[in-house]
Unconditional design. Structure first.
Ligand SMILES: Cc1ncc(COP(=O)(O)O)c(C=O)c1O
Ligand SMILES: N[C@@H](CCCC[NH3+])C(=O)O
Length: 425
């Protein structure tokens, strides 16, 4: 169910009217629903009940400390891609022992930090990374827990920029090279081989490619077991898509159903080949936890009729929400208080000096300057991908809990944006 709905003609987050948030905190502001966050996480947690499974929230989707704290309290682990993200987990009270570290370019400093903090596992993406991690762990007198991210060469059928499981992508170790890579890892004295991992892409609307990748991983685990490399966990990555509401979009796979199909396959395999011995299963969902839990609230500054197009200039821009311009992603934009006048077709654009600064195109809306708009389903890859281009201060973030509104990130102050800079002496 959506936690953003019209009540008496006004768009609400839970039971809070969005105009109240605009009055209190200004615009643009990211507004998240606590109930939606919990509901989305619990779709995973409930499907994993009674099993040896861990949901490691991919915090690149939204790394606000309050959201991390909320999910950590529900039992979430975290999938990180930088030392900075690990520091966020710790600042939010998350358990480093439930952290997995993905990414193709982990630095020595990041490896040291992660080893010091005692993370669950490094998802290693290349042979040179194995050697670097072995050296760093050796110098610290530690053994690094390692899972190899295998690239199964499966077409995730998503946007090319967010497809990660093909040979042409930079991610992971090629499926055909994986056995040799595991042999190398097993020989290195300061590594402990514990698992296998893949992540084939994001915004997947069909679970067939994920199940195909799972079958390939299962085969590889058996091949490894036959040469004496026994793995303790299987990480199938994230990637389940969400409904952005575009006309003609397929509905995304339901989380509970996908996990059910996946566990059924895993259980049948373990019963058949491993005497029923279970294997720990890890998931790395991002978008499906936070995406529909957030909206970007913005105000109309000017309406600019044109010969070819009519522009609606708003106070949010591509720096606040990059998805439309980066992926030509379609994001729904709704009036907070709909008007009855005749609609006009607008391109909704921001004030940035780029023609690519658009948030939505060809939308029929009845508007006057000062109206509030909400970009829906904006909780994932919104604020985390925001930049300060044009010295624009990034938005405030609030979490709504019923009729309570909590400011969880203040709006930036433009002056702070150049605080780290200095003039030539
Ligand atoms: C390694 C890894 N894990 C998990 C995710 C989360 O993906 P999603 O937000 O599509 O669930 C990503 C992003 O695609 C990723 O790169
Ligand atoms: N940033 C992307 C998803 C990237 C997934 C990260 N591997 C999006 O907004 O759709």
């Amino acid at each position: 169910m959506s936690h953003f709905s019209y009540q008496d003609g006004v768009l609400h987050a839970e039971s809070t009217p969005l105009p109240q948030i605009a009055d209190a905190f200004g615009t643009p502001t990211y507004v998240y629903s606590k109930a939606a966050l919990l509901e989305n996480f619990n779709a995973y947690a409930n499907a994993c009940k009674g099993r040896d499974a861990l949901v490691c929230y991919a915090m690149k989707a939204n790394s606000n400390l309050a959201i991390l704290d909320l999910l950590a309290r529900e039992g979430a682990g975290f999938d990180i891609v930088s030392g900075g993200e690990l520091l966020r987990v710790i600042a939010a009270g998350g358990d480093p022992g439930k952290v997995i570290f993905s990414g193709v370019g982990k630095t020595v400093g990041e490896m040291k930090l992660a080893l010091e903090k005692g993370i669950l596992c490094f998802n290693v993406e290349s042979i040179p990374e194995l050697h670097r991690l072995n050296e760093v762990a050796g110098a610290m007198g530690k053994r690094a827990p390692v899972s190899l991210r295998v690239n199964p060469n499966v077409d995730a059928k998503t946007h090319p920029y967010i497809s990660t499981g093909l040979k042409s992508n930079k991610f992971g170790i090629a499926f055909d090279d994986a056995l040799e890579a595991y042999r190398t890892a097993a020989r290195l004295p300061h590594l402990a081989v514990v698992g296998i991992d893949c992540h084939i892409g994001s915004q997947l609307l069909d679970d067939a490619p994920l199940l195909e990748a799972l079958d390939k991983l299962i085969d590889l685990i058996d091949t490894l077991a036959a040469v004496g490399i026994v793995l303790h966990h299987l990480d199938i990555g994230g990637g389940i898509g969400i409904n952005y509401g575009a006309a003609g979009d397929d509905p995304p796979v339901a989380v509970g159903e996908y996990l059910g199909r996946l566990f059924a396959r895993i259980d049948a395999w373990r019963a058949d080949k491993h005497g029923g011995q279970p294997i720990k299963v890890i998931f790395e969902p991002g978008r499906s936890i936070v995406g529909n839990a957030g909206v970007l609230l913005m105000s109309v500054e000017f309406l600019k009729p044109g010969e070819e197009k009519n522009f609606c200039v708003v106070d949010a821009a591509m720096n606040d929400m990059m998805r439309p311009t980066l992926y030509e992603a379609w994001m729904a934009v709704q009036p907070v208080v709909p008007r009855s006048g005749k609609p006009v077709t607008y391109d909704i654009v921001g004030p940035i000096c780029e023609s690519g600064d658009w948030l939505a195109r060809g939308r029929d809306l009845s508007l006057v300057p000062g109206d509030l708009l909400a970009m829906m389903t904006a909780g994932a890859y919104g604020m985390t991908m925001a930049s300060n281009y044009n010295t624009r201060a990034r938005p405030a973030e609030v979490i709504v809990d019923g009729d309570q509104v909590h400011l969880v990130r203040k709006r930036e102050n433009p002056v702070d944006l150049f605080e780290l800079e200095s003039l030539l002496k």
